[in-house]
Design a protein around this ligand. Sequence first.
Ligand SMILES: Cc1cc2nc3c(=O)[nH]c(=O)nc-3n(C[C@H](O)[C@H](O)[C@H](O)COP(=O)(O)O)c2cc1C
Length: 339
Amino acid sequence: MSQIQQDPDNTHWPDSNSEVASQDTGRLIYASICSIDGPVLDEMRRIRDHAVHNNDKFGIRVALMHRCGWFVEWIEGPPDGIRDLLARVSLDTRHRSLKVVHESVGKPRLVKPWIGSIAEPNESTGEFARRVMALHERHLKGKGFEPSSVWRSLCSPLPGHVEVAAAREGSYQRVMMMSAARTDAFSLLQWVANREKRPVVHRRFAGAARDALDVESDYLDLPDQALQGRRLIANARKGLAMGMTHAFLPDYAAVVLVMDSDAGRNEGLLERILTACQQVHHQPVIIGLGANGWFSGALRASAEARGHRWIEARTGDDAPDLSTQWWALRQALDGLAGT
Ligand SMILES: Cc1cc2nc3c(=O)[nH]c(=O)nc-3n(C[C@H](O)[C@H](O)[C@H](O)COP(=O)(O)O)c2cc1C
């Protein structure tokens, strides 16, 4: 195995076209019941090996998720290529009862030939199946939602019936948190979850590279906060290198940079976040979260130079504890939501 970089910073896609294409593309999402008996992770790795090889050749990009005994695959690329892949995949005995829940032509979101993920099952297989059927019916009536919304309705749903959840989806305040050092964003998310007595959902993502480390992404729903509810998503820095963060970045109202006492780390991570935003043509508000002495004119200047609003969530003179971090962040987020 080659040397694994703990904190890789390569945000370029394999085709080295460093921005999401502006031309429309074919988009399809299906859900299928997983028929694998043994460990799903091993089989996902085998699927990845075929997918990386085949998908790149045909200009296809996919995100595959396993959750609640189901697979969900989001495919983008030329419509002919999507149809061919679907025909091939339909014959695969590792899954069955394949249902298309979205098909359209529109803006691309996926930037790598393959992203795989496994999410903790936090609802029953029956509940998941009802969600799939509701989206399938909606698709057949020609009343589909956007692909990112359909994907989330299946893979990270808001509580409640799929129709209600999907309609509410767009008005949620979505906030991504990433820490300049250690796993501080995850610790903060867990602390808020304990305080608010709400569950954290854990997911693991894997990229196309054989030796890429798994990337964690946790989220927490706070339905009573902001105007229509708030979701906090903690992402690992490594997520910036494998395309997962990019796919959902356009839906975030704000990105929180959980800062560190090391100025170089703060500046380095901000630069990577700004580059990713540029690649997906999105300018969320950037919130710096940290002690007074950690802020600098350079951070503000970098964010503003790329057209982002920069907000300082200051925690005071000392290195902050989690409670002080949440107090400062909550004020900034409430201010953004107008509450
Ligand atoms: C849920 C699921 C998703 C899959 N996704 C892909 C994919 O994106 N691309 C791909 O080439 N094969 C994918 N496969 C594997 C194909 O069904 C098939 O085994 C493979 O394409 C055959 O590759 P080969 O022609 O190189 O032998 C998937 C299989 C399953 C069960």
